[in-house]
Design a protein around this ligand. Structure first.
Ligand code: UDP
Length: 151
């Protein structure tokens, strides 16, 4: 059994796509091991995407990730990392295969709905970052229609 980290990004939460995305993972046969709705601060977003810190899109990526709630999840099952990447689809929705989450729900590379770890090592690091290493950020939010936090 393998575990991977999946995060529905603010665009997916705001558009009400948590349910459809979870359904796809459950239909595939994965088990949901952990889930929380949270807001992440810039420090956590920058650590999560640290490998991209020198890329031109890094600032916008951090702005986007901190613009609303995210839904952080741990999914487990056989080949969870590779199978999850297959369900999510290519980074750019234009290139994603039909039937993948990014092909079916997203138009734009920056707002591509969902993140999934790219290796078992990344999964371990990201699960620790979001579920062990960020206790101060584990705040419950009530959702409004546009995905803004009420408290
Ligand atoms: N990204 C972007 N512009 C790009 C490449 C990536 O905005 O030209 C964003 C996009 O949201 C992507 C994230 O940066 O999901 C991380 O990029 P990565 O190459 O790790 O893709 P992923 O693993 O998410 O498919």
């Amino acid at each position: 059994m393998e575990r991977t980290f999946v995060m529905i990004k603010p665009d997916g939460v705001k558009r009400g796509l948590i349910g459809p995305i979870i359904t796809r993972f459950e239909q595939k046969g994965f088990h949901l091991a952990a889930m929380k709705l949270m807001r992440i601060d810039r420090a956590l977003a920058e650590r999560h995407y640290g490998e991209h810190q020198d890329r031109p899109f890094f600032g916008e990526l951090v702005d986007f990730l901190t613009s609303g709630q995210v839904c952080a999840m741990v999914w487990e099952g056989q080949n969870a990392v590779a199978n999850t990447r297959a369900i999510i689809g290519a980074t750019n929705p234009v290139q994603a295969s039909p039937g993948t989450i990014r092909a079916d729900f997203a138009l734009d590379i920056a707002s591509n709905i969902v993140h999934g770890s790219d290796s078992p090592e990344s999964a371990q690091r990201e699960i620790a970052l979001f579920f062990d290493g960020a206790p101060a950020l584990e705040t419950m939010y009530r959702m409004t229609g546009d995905g803004a936090a009420l408290n």
